[in-house]
Design a protein around this ligand. Sequence first.
Ligand code: NAD
Ligand code: MG
Length: 348
Amino acid sequence: MKRVALLGATGSIGRQAIEIVEAHPDLELCAASSGSSPLDGIAAEHTQVGGDLTELLDRSRPDVVLNAVVGFAGIHATLWALENGVDLALANKESLVAAGELALEAQRRGGGRILPVDSEHSALFQCLEGRTAEQVDSLVLTGSGGPFRGRVRDELTAVTPEDALAHPTWRMGPKITIDSATLANKGLELIEAHFLFDVPYDRIEVVLQPTSIVHSLVRFRDGAMLAHLGYPDMRVPISYALTYPERAATPLAPLDFTSLTLAFEAPDTETFPMLALARETGEKGGTYPCVFNAANEVAVAAFLEGRLAFLEIPEVVGDALARADGSPARDLDDLVEVDRAARAIPVA
Ligand code: NAD
Ligand code: MG
C-alpha cells in the first residue's frame, strides 16, 4: 500500500487524483486538504481546510505527497516532502519556481524525490529516464499557445476573464488557465524544468503545438529526438507520478493517429511578453523567480476580478521585478518575506 497525502483535493488536479487513487488497489488516501471548501468521503482527522499543511503531513506519514495546491501557498508542503525524504508528486509548480535553490538544498539534505505531475515535465522525465546528462543536447517544452494564439496586441486590449478562461485543449483551475492565456504558465514551466532537470536556460526551448498531443521532447547529442505523445488528460501524468515506476493502467482510450494534427510553431513573445520575461527572470536567478511568481499571482487575481486589463498583467510583473533586488533567500523565512514584499505591488 502506498499512502498518498493529497493537498488541494478539491481542485482540478485534486479531483482527478482522487479518481486515480480510487481505481488503484495499492494506493490509499492518508490525508487530504483544501483551501476553503469542505472535504467529504475521508475521515475528519485526516483532512484539513486551510492552515499549516505541514502538521497534517507530520500526522499522516505519507509515502507520497501530491502537491496540487495552487500558488505560493504550496511552498511549505513542497519543502516538507523534500526535507523529510518523502516522494513529492509535484503539480504545484509555483513552489519550485519560487524556492529554486532552497528546494534543491532541502532535497539534497532530505533525499525526497520529485515526480513531476505537470504534463510537460512528466513527459521530459520519461524521455530522460536512463540517460546521462552528456547525452542530452536540449529540452523542448511544448505549449498549446492558449486561447489567444495567433492574435496581435490590438486584439487583446478588451479581452475579458471569460474569454481568457476558454482554453482550447485543457480543462484546469482558473489561475493556471489565465497563465496559459498570457504564456506565464510556459514561463513558469521553463523555470520549473531548469530546476527539475538541471539544464541551463539556453538549452531549454519552447515551441507551440496547438493540439497538445506532443507533451514535450528531448534532443540528444546524436541528432535523435524523443517525444512523449498522448491526449491532453492530466490523469496520465498524475497516475504516472503516483504509481512510479509501475506505470499503472488508466481508463484512457488509445491515441487515434489517423485523426491527429501535429503542427508546431514558434511562440509570439512580443504579443505574449510573459514568456520572455520569465526566461530573463530565470537567468537572473536569486529570488527574481519568486518575485515573478508573486506578482503574477496578484495580477492574475486582479484580472479575474475585473480590476486589471489582460495586457497590464506583464506590466505589473515587470514593475515588481524592477523594484526587487533579487538577492538569494537564505531560508524559508527570507523567501516568505520576498513573496510578501512582491505582493505589495500596486495594481489598478
Ligand atoms: P484549482 O484552483 O482547481 O485547485 C487548487 C486547490 O488548491 C483547491 O483544492 C484549493 O482549495 C486549494 N487551495 C487554494 N488556495 C490554497 C491555500 N492558500 N492553501 C491551501 N490550499 C489551497 O487548481 P488546479 O488547476 O488543480 O492547479 C493546482 C496546481 O497544479 C497549480 O499549481 C497548477 O499550476 C498545477 N497544474 C494544474 C494542471 C491542471 O490541469 N489543472 C496542470 C498542470 C499543473
Ligand atoms: Mg503544463
